[in-house]
Write a protein that binds this ligand. Structure first.
Ligand SMILES: Nc1ncnc2c1ncn2[C@@H]1O[C@H](COP(=O)(O)OP(=O)(O)OP(=O)(O)O)[C@@H](O)[C@H]1O
Length: 804
């Protein structure tokens, strides 16, 4: 992939410092001149080594006696490179690897060339590794001949060979060397069983065709490798064709016969021959590694994959003990209750002349499902209409009839248990299903009617709408969602934006602000309780969404998962504006309240986010007490396929949220219906109490955190940039200084002032307004920095002196 420079529109806040540049390590970098000097030195050394080695085979014996006296100048050696040559070649060839030592001189020479010409170093490294291994292998192999030619394998070869022979014998050593050779060929040249078979086949067909051509000298195979003779014939043949063409254009085969008496094998015959004999040989080509891949591979080799959790590498997930066990946990079967309910159902149905073939009970935490198979010929709608009668005869609230149960040939009657059991958060978090799940954003909601832990992936939903009348368990449900994520996701991987108009429900999560929360740069509190701030946050989230899409586009990725995987593999350069992207989960409690106060201003960004944000890891969870149509509008509903309904007060509300009835028949206290499309599942929501959440958040909050919450992009509301302060006397004390900074950097951004002058966002924003009023910076341009209208300090000085 060609390296692509990308630019994002703003300086992105990072996950703490999750986007660290690859850490600076000591790098041995040479200038071009140094490369030439060092490279040519290696080339010369390689050549010298080669000469010394070569000479050793002629002069080695003669120099043998002088080796101990090399220090003395008077001693004469015969090696072509004299004393040093004699010593080095003795060291490498005699004491070392034998004739395979030539490989090292070659490697030195090659290194010199690579360094001088600045060619890809990773290949050179590979040459060295493989070269050394080959040298060892050869010397061990030549060790077999050591008793005759000791210089072939050198001392190392001899010693290793005899060592191996001592333990596995001669045959064992040969086989071991053969095995190593096969491993080498397989890895280095990607040789496979197939390619060997193909090689043999080709050799066979070559030999066969050679035999054929010698059998009948007249027959010349007209293939691509025409021999010189055949070439002559062909040219003559072509010539004749052109001559003949002028006359009568006879058939080419006849022409050849008349001219040269050469029979050309009929193409069709040749083809059939080829078909039986020739097999396509597929050459295994080593995949070309593109420049960027190469770099990323090297980075991954050197530093390992990028680890977003590195900055808080010591972060500990909260232990299970922080969550409470409940006495009423665990399903107890009440046989008499079961029996009674069964009898009543059968009786009621009998009263209406509905016979039952069989009945089966599944006991859940809060309700028991009686599955009945009616006698043949009974109309389902008849049973469905008896809902109220059955409820009356069972004298129980919240009877729900599912007729038929999707995927089963039965009718279900859900009857609440007299003594509901609590599904504790602890039990669902501890469940294998949750612990072993491989989801991006796993949520353990609770338990289904058959007492299975119900785990869903928020990333797949991709947004969730939650409704329920007051006191039915919405807040507990939201806490269950957040707790699930806290137990499974590292602070680097997920960030929450919490909107809590009630001001009391989500405040506990304040403690994990610097771990898990995201906020606007200028806000002090991460949890948003003020409705006007919600608008800014939502718009800022839209900017974040646009930025993320831009980043994904530049990285050629379709979704956040691919993008993060690429970033982890170091294929995306942080200097090009890329960063590891955590998931962002926006939780809005009391959505109705928000819509009432802010209306369209909230609905538009929510709808935009709901429509577009799924691919870039922004997920919305919206909870409301009143699921009326003016709160949950068509556009919002269409984009929230996952719905959760706690008990609602009317069938209409149930229809609004679930597109069907059922939620009005729930029994409350966490009894809920979940749908992600067609199927509706009844679940008992896990119960997590405030003290438990407090303990979990305290545990997390007590650990090392990022310096700040995850900062969302700056968003200045529509009126934010227009309140221009014209009064010179009211200007900020730091106005002049700020103007100078802006003019020098030619960048009209409040965050620059924040950084340079160490100001809060509000003050920096005010100064920017004053600068705009003074004509130093241009108007507000959305997420982009403002234009600077003054080009240098001199012009600024003139402008300011004119004002006074
Ligand atoms: N899953 C559950 N298991 C057992 N009891 C529950 C469960 N969920 C809620 N409850 C009970 O219901 C009470 C009210 O729950 P919760 O505060 O979540 O209601 P709510 O829907 O948020 O109400 P509101 O909209 O007024 O805030 C809880 O205090 C608790 O006693």
């Amino acid at each position: 992939m060609a390296k692509k420079k990308t630019k994002t529109t703003k300086s992105k806040p990072t996950v703490g410092k999750a986007t660290k540049k690859p850490s600076k390590t000591f790098s041995f970098k040479l200038s071009s001149q140094q490369k030439l000097i060092f490279g040519s030195l290696l080339i010369i050394l390689g050549v010298l080594m080669f000469i010394a080695f070569l000479s050793f085979f002629f002069t080695g014996k003669a120099d043998q006696s002088t080796l101990n006296q090399l220090a003395s100048r008077d001693v004469k050696t015969e090696n072509w490179l004299n004393k040093l040559g004699a010593w080095v070649s003795d060291l490498f060839i005699k004491k070392g690897f034998g004739i395979s030592s030539f490989i090292f001189s070659g490697l030195l020479f090659l290194s010199g060339i690579y360094i001088t010409l600045d060619i890809n170093k990773s290949r050179l490294r590979r040459y060295w590794i493989w070269g050394t291994l080959i040298a060892i292998w050869l010397s061990v192999f030549f060790g077999f001949f050591a008793h005759k030619y000791d210089l072939l394998g050198g001392t190392i070869g001899f010693e290793v060979n005899s060592f191996l022979q001592d333990y596995i014998g001669k045959i064992g050593t040969i086989l071991l060397l053969l095995f190593v050779l096969i491993v080498y060929l397989a890895i280095r040249f990607k040789v496979t069983g197939h390619s060997i078979v193909n090689l043999f086949k080709r050799a066979k067909s070559d030999i066969k065709s050679d035999f054929k051509s010698t059998d009948d000298p007249k027959e010349v195979a007209l293939d691509n490798d025409l021999s010189a003779e055949a070439e002559d014939i062909k040219s003559a043949f072509d010539l004749k064709v052109t001559e003949n063409k002028k006359m009568s254009e006879p058939k080419p085969a006849a022409k050849t016969e008349t001219m040269h008496n050469v029979s050309v094998a009929k193409p069709s015959e040749e083809k059939s021959d080829d078909e039986t004999e020739l097999d396509i040989e597929i050459e295994t080509v080593e995949e070309e590694v593109s420049e960027e891949d190469n770099l990323s591979n090297k980075l991954v080799e050197d530093f390992g994959q990028f680890d977003p959790t590195l900055e808080l590498s010591k972060f500990q997930f909260p232990p299970l003990d922080l969550l409470k066990r409940y006495d009423t946990e665990g399903i107890k079967i009440n046989q008499t209750e079961l029996e009674e309910n069964k009898n009543r159902i059968v009786e009621t149905l009998n009263n209406y002349k509905i016979g039952i073939a069989s009945i089966k009970a599944t006991i859940g935490p809060t309700v028991t499902l009686y599955e009945i198979v009616p006698d043949a010929g009974v109309r389902i709608s008849k049973i469905k209409n008896l809902e109220d009668d059955i409820a009356l005869s069972l004298s129980a609230l919240g009877i729900r009839i599912i007729a038929p149960i999707p995927g089963k040939g039965t009718i279900g009657i859900e009857v609440p248990n007299k003594n509901a059991t609590i599904v504790s958060m602890r039990s669902v978090i501890a469940s294998k299903k949750f612990q072993n799940c491989d989801m991006e954003l796993p949520i353990a909601f609770g338990k289904t009617i058959s007492n299975e832990t119900f785990v869903v992936d928020l990333a797949k939903m991709p947004h969730m709408l939650m409704a329920g009348a007051t006191g039915q368990g919405k807040s507990v449900g939201l806490n269950a969602v957040l707790t699930s994520l806290l137990y499974k996701k590292h602070p680097a991987e997920v960030k929450f934006i919490l909107v809590d108009p009630k001001k009391v429900e989500l405040t506990l999560f304040n403690k994990i602000e610097r771990h898990y929360l995201a906020k606007l740069p200028d806000s002090e509190e991460a949890i948003i309780t003020d409705n006007t701030k919600v608008i800014n946050t939502l718009n800022s989230l839209c900017i974040e969404m646009d930025n993320r899409y831009e980043m994904l586009k530049n990285a050629l990725c379709r979704n956040i998962k691919e993008y993060n995987a690429k970033f982890k593999a170091r294929k995306l350069n942080p200097n090009d504006g890329h960063a590891y992207l955590p998931y962002i989960v926006l939780v809005v409690d009391e959505f109705a309240d928000l819509i009432m106060t802010a209306g369209k201003e909230v609905e538009t960004p929510i709808a935009r986010l709901a429509q577009l944000a799924r691919a870039i890891g922004i997920h919305l969870i919206i909870a409301t007490q009143r699921p009326s149509v003016n709160v949950i509008t068509g556009i919002i509903k269409a984009n929230f396929p996952a719905r959760i309904a706690f008990r609602v007060t009317s069938k209409i509300d149930s229809r609004t949220i679930l597109d069907g009835s059922g939620a009005d028949q729930l029994i409350g206290r966490g009894d809920m219906l979940f749908t992600q499309g067609n199927e509706i599942t009844r679940i008992q929501c896990a119960f997590v109490d405030t003290p438990e959440v407090e303990k979990v958040t305290e545990f997390i909050g007590g650990q090392k955190a990022y310096p700040d919450a995850y900062l969302l992009p700056e968003y200045v509301g529509e009126d934010g940039g227009t309140t221009i302060d014209n009064n010179i006397d009211d200007r900020d004390k730091l106005f002049k200084e700020a103007a100078e900074i802006i003019v020098i950097s030619q960048q009209g951004s409040a965050s620059l002032l924040q950084r340079k002058l160490k100001l809060g966002y509000n003050r920096a924003g005010r100064i920017i307004d004053q600068l705009e009023a003074a004509g130093i910076v241009g108007g507000f341009e959305g997420s982009k920095a403002r234009q600077v209208l003054i080009t240098d300090l001199a012009a600024l000085a003139i402008l300011l002196s004119d004002e006074n």
